[in-house]
Design a protein around this ligand. Structure first.
Ligand code: SAM
Length: 313
């Protein structure tokens, strides 16, 4: 196996089959892969004589290490969520193309969103609610929903295709306590939750997109508006769990919650913390997809979790 990287997406290349004529070089292969990816194909069959455009060296030499690491992490992610018993992703989505990044400030995501009709979604909408902001594929939340059938779970993400697929999975799993919404959570969490009849008891923000460039910091999910909403809407005793594999992002999130006026947060006391206050183990006992990926690749995750949110001081 080798991997070709194009437009932020890794494509697996199995060097056993046929390539279209004239695609013996990586540039042609990438273009072929890109076209194939538009049709939803992620694993491409090709022959073993592929040469890199610049060095004419076999692809295998440079890419085998990261390729195998990536495959291990994909496998690990599948294993983490195996209890859902979902069929392979490609069969599920019918080959939909999922963009790696979406601008959360694009017009469609900034437009107001109507709150769901909760009693049509959840079998009992007076139950405690957990919200996962930037839920990605949603499998993390679905496992929580499956394990905690007496609570409700809401996942929010800006990537509509991920959300649509998550909804299909929810139907397939017949989960009457999980729901997914496509919107910009930073802007619209408040209005989404305004009609929920039960208490908001848990909020997770796990490995949000880092948006490294200073001019893109406004695209980060944790902004004052979101902090205000969460801290105003969390029920007494409600909990918050934040994490990032990028220390700067984790610090930024932690600082923004720490700075909120009028609400006192207590860091998670029941879990061991390191000397900088980061929670050592995942307090939910279930890693998110990004977390599995990062840990499999030998990286680390900076976690911060409140034991509980106290009322106004
Ligand atoms: C790096 S992924 C992490 C996904 C998942 N939480 C995990 O840990 O595996 C970040 C996710 O946040 C979503 N996202 C980014 N900005 C968002 C926003 N303003 N509102 C909702 N989702 C957002 C992205 O589409 C992406 O799916």
């Amino acid at each position: 196996m080798a991997l070709v990287h194009r437009a932020g997406c890794w494509l697996n290349v199995r060097r056993t089959g046929q390539l279209p004529s004239g695609s013996g070089r990586v540039s042609s292969l990438v273009s072929f892969c890109t076209r194939a990816r538009h049709r939803g194909v992620c694993v491409i069959e090709c022959n073993s004589s592929i040469q890199t455009e610049s060095a004419s060296a076999p692809v295998s030499s440079a890419s085998t290490g990261s390729s195998s690491k990536h495959l291990i992490s994909s496998k690990q992610i599948e294993l983490t969520f195996a209890e859902l018993g979902l069929k392979p992703i490609q069969e599920q989505v019918g080959g939909c193309r999922i963009r790696q990044h979406v601008n959360p400030l694009k017009a469609a995501l900034v437009a107001p969103v109507k709150p769901p009709t909760w009693d049509e979604i959840f079998s009992d909408c007076s139950r405690r609610l957990t919200v996962d902001i930037g839920c990605g594929s949603g499998r993390f939340l679905m496992v929580l929903a499956k394990r905690n059938s007496a609570e409700n779970f809401l996942g929010i993400d800006v990537r509509a295709k991920l959300v649509d697929r998550a909804k299909l999975w929810v139907e397939e799993l017949q989960l009457r306590n999980a729901h997914f919404v496509t919107t910009n959570a930073t802007l619209h969490l408040n209005s989404l939750l305004s009609t929920y009849p039960g208490p908001l008891t848990y909020v997770t923000i796990l490995c949000p997109d880092p948006h490294f460039k200073q001019r893109h910091h406004k695209r980060r999910v944790v902004q004052k508006q979101l902090v205000d909403t969460i801290l105003e809407r969390l029920a007494p005793g409600g909990k918050l769990f934040l994490q990032s594999d990028v220390k700067e992002v984790a610090l930024d999130m932690r600082k923004q919650f720490d700075e909120h006026l009028g609400v006192r947060l207590s860091n998670c006391r029941s879990f061991p913390r390191d000397s900088e206050g980061w929670v050592v183990e995942n307090p939910l006992g279930l890693p998110s997809e990004r977390e599995v990926h990062v840990l499999t690749q030998g990286g680390r995750v900076y976690r911060w979790s409140t034991f509980e949110v106290f009322g106004l001081m």
